[in-house]
Design a protein around this ligand. Structure first.
Ligand code: KG4
Ligand code: ZN
Length: 340
């Protein structure tokens, strides 16, 4: 089965052709248009600009994915598109275009939950993953831990009480004037560091429930920059900035992974999936690679281009779902719940 996967829930416009085979999904093509240059000057995504840009990008992205796969629209068996959650103006660009294509060419159509997409990004390299699996989804908007009993189900175990991990990276980079998006820039600085600066104190929760919080880290970075204003202007080549980035990155990685062993024992998990933009982080990838075998967990972290938002993950998830019988009565949903 050949599936065109489309994703435009935030600021990436992406299309991919995924071939679903008996041995799992095979990536035939992947095209992604970044809007970093448009949102960069604002230090974050501007929804109105993102929506308008998606409208301009969507045709070229779809045509590019088909051309790269060496197929035409008539060869497609199905179109899968992100239904939500996300920015509604952004979602509607690929959502509406896909409905029109499906109607005109008589192609099956299915709307996909964005987070099921992030889970299915792991199916390309690990089609035989052992379930139940713990699924850590870490991006600019999400820091959520789920339990999956298969590739199409996610049950929430815990989530951040405030900022998402990606937001913490982006805000730290902003305070250090490194640029946008901050995660890859903090990662590069941290890797260049000779040593880490003082560690950040992990949050404590009075109610004793396992959880995450990253707002204290943001305040911690702010205080250090206030104490040493030079850091805000020094740039990524400065050794002190690099050391600070290393402490930030070590804290985020350690805090993210801390609750995993308890949940793994508690739920008899056999695997750990980490996906979403922050799963590109070099420290998180190496810390998880050290921890997972100790816990007897198989580790599945998609290759970086499949961790950030992309059409391939939506195609891979959409290949496993029942197509919708009437795409025209479907709508994008900014707050789409899992299982809805
Ligand atoms: O999944 P994604 O592409 O979009 C959302 O759904 O949010 O994730 C984007 C987030 C941004 O916050 C970005 O800074 C972060 O992922 N990110 C990283 C790295 N690459 C991207 N964070 C840490 N280290 C990285 N290497
Ligand atoms: Zn995402």
């Amino acid at each position: 089965m050949l599936v065109l996967g489309l994703e435009s829930s935030c600021d990436d416009c992406s299309a991919a052709v995924v071939e679903e085979t008996a041995r799992g999904p095979v990536l035939r093509s992947l095209v992604r248009e970044s809007q970093d240059a448009i949102h960069g000057p604002f230090g974050g995504v501007v929804p109105e600009l993102a929506a308008r840009e998606h409208l301009l990008q969507v045709r070229a992205v779809m045509a590019g994915a088909l051309a790269e796969a060496g197929i035409g629209l008539a060869d497609l068996d199905r179109i899968a598109v992100t239904r939500g959650p996300g920015l509604v103006g952004s979602l509607l660009a690929t959502f509406s275009a896909s409905k029109a294509l499906a109607w005109h060419h008589g192609i099956e159509w299915v709307g996909v939950h964005h987070l099921l997409g992030h889970l299915n990004a792991a199916r390309f390299a690990s089609p035989d993953l052992a379930f139940p699996a713990l699924v850590l989804l870490v991006s600019g908007g999400h820091t959520h831990l789920y339990l999956a009993k298969d590739w199409t189900s996610l049950q929430l175990l815990q989530k951040t009480r405030d900022d998402a991990a990606g937001e913490a990276f982006d805000k730290a980079a902003r305070m250090l004037n490194l640029g946008y998006p901050g995660g890859p820039l903090v990662d590069a600085c941290a890797q260049a560091a000779i040593q880490a600066s003082d560690p950040f104190t992990p949050p404590k929760f009075r109610d004793g429930k396992t959880s995450w919080s990253f707002s204290g880290l943001k305040t911690g970075v702010k205080l250090r920059v206030e104490r040493n204003p030079r850091l805000a202007k020094a740039g990524g080549a400065d050794p002190e900035v690099q050391s600070l980035c290393r402490s930030i990155q070590e804290a985020i990685s350690a805090w993210l992974l801390k609750p995993i062993p308890d949940w793994a024992r508690n739920r008899d998990a056999r695997s750990l999936v980490i996906s979403g933009g922050v799963a590109c982080n070099s420290r998180l990838r190496s810390d998880a690679a050290t921890m997972a075998p100790r816990m007897g967990l198989a580790l599945a972290i998609p290759e970086p281009r499949l961790c950030t938002d992309n059409g391939a993950m939506i195609g891979a998830a959409g290949a496993l779902l029942e197509p919708d019988s009437d795409p025209w009565i479907q709508n994008a949903d900014a707050d789409l719940k899992l299982g809805a």
